[in-house]
Design a protein around this ligand. Structure first.
Ligand SMILES: [Zn+2]
Length: 279
């Protein structure tokens, strides 16, 4: 019955918009609860670079039982741990890292491509220029941007040398042909443009663990720590893949990101400065 309803809703293009509205409802409920619970922890400690509120502690987030083993075994930096969500606006550690890094860019009027847009990053990017949002399943994101386009990252319809900045935060671990997606990303960026392509990664492994054609949620959780991931990147291999697509990559280790610790960024996560330089 549930499956039939899903098929009917999908046929009339109602499934993803309804799911998105429901997720928004759950988000607002959770936000109200968290604000209540953390009210007594207001004060100096961490500051959110989305809502500017200060708390002694942010909200932790830990992986579910089915995802835990793979993430633990390979010590994957995947967005879990202490101080992940802002207790006031529920911004995530991964959003705050990207916002902190991109705040250093003074340029405005940029042409920006934001894939699978996260709400807080999207609102931040709008101050920097004209943002085009896109996803393979745009319905999920209509509550963030009603104009979101349907795009396949391995076959963009955009012209060459078109964007000044690309933000695809935690996207590539979902895409079977990530090499093709990286080549497409390189193609649509102008010379001198930057890309934010953070992914979950492990520093314990030298080779990326992957099964690009897998389509089994239970197995994907067990192997890669999330039901829709097709790999766990080795950091060194990931950097090599991005470089092979033509990009210049500079890895800024977590210990060099001290100036952002106050924003409760993801513990241990390196930031990759990725640029399309003139050849
Ligand atoms: Zn906040």
């Amino acid at each position: 019955m549930k499956e039939l309803l899903k098929i009917i809703l999908k046929k009339f293009h109602l499934y993803h918009p309804l799911q998105s509205s429901y997720r928004n409802f759950l988000f607002l409920k959770r936000r109200a609860q968290t604000r209540r619970v953390y009210a007594s922890l207001r004060g100096e400690g961490f500051i959110c670079n989305v809502c500017s509120r200060q708390y002694k502690e942010f909200v932790p987030d830990y992986p579910t039982r089915e995802n835990r083993e793979a993430l633990h075994n390979y010590q994957v930096i995947a967005g879990y741990g202490n101080h992940i969500f802002c207790p006031y606006c529920l911004s995530t550690a991964r959003e705050r890292l990207v916002i902190a890094e991109l705040s250093e860019i003074q340029e405005t009027g940029m042409k920006i491509l934001h894939l699978s847009p996260e709400k807080n990053v999207y609102h931040f990017l709008k101050q920097k220029g004209r943002v085009t949002t896109a996803d393979i399943l745009p319905g999920f994101y209509r509550t963030i941007d009603g104009l979101i386009e349907k795009q396949d990252a391995t076959h963009f319809t955009y012209p060459d040398n078109h964007f000044d900045l690309l933000v695809a935060n935690h996207i590539l671990e979902h895409i079977s042909d990530d090499i093709k997606a990286l080549n497409e990303m390189f193609r649509v960026l102008k010379t001198g443009a930057r890309a934010v392509l953070q992914v979950p990664y492990s520093e314990l492994i030298e080779a990326t663990l992957e099964e690009p054609t897998i389509n089994n949620a239970t197995k994907q959780s067990a192997l890669f720590g999330q039901k829709d991931h097709v790999r766990i990147y080795s950091l060194t291999d990931y950097v090599m893949r991005v470089r092979t697509a033509g990009f210049n990559v500079e890895v800024i280790p977590y210990r060099a990101l001290q100036k952002y610790y106050k924003y409760a960024i993801q513990y241990g996560e390196s930031f990759l400065i990725i640029k399309k330089l003139a050849t």
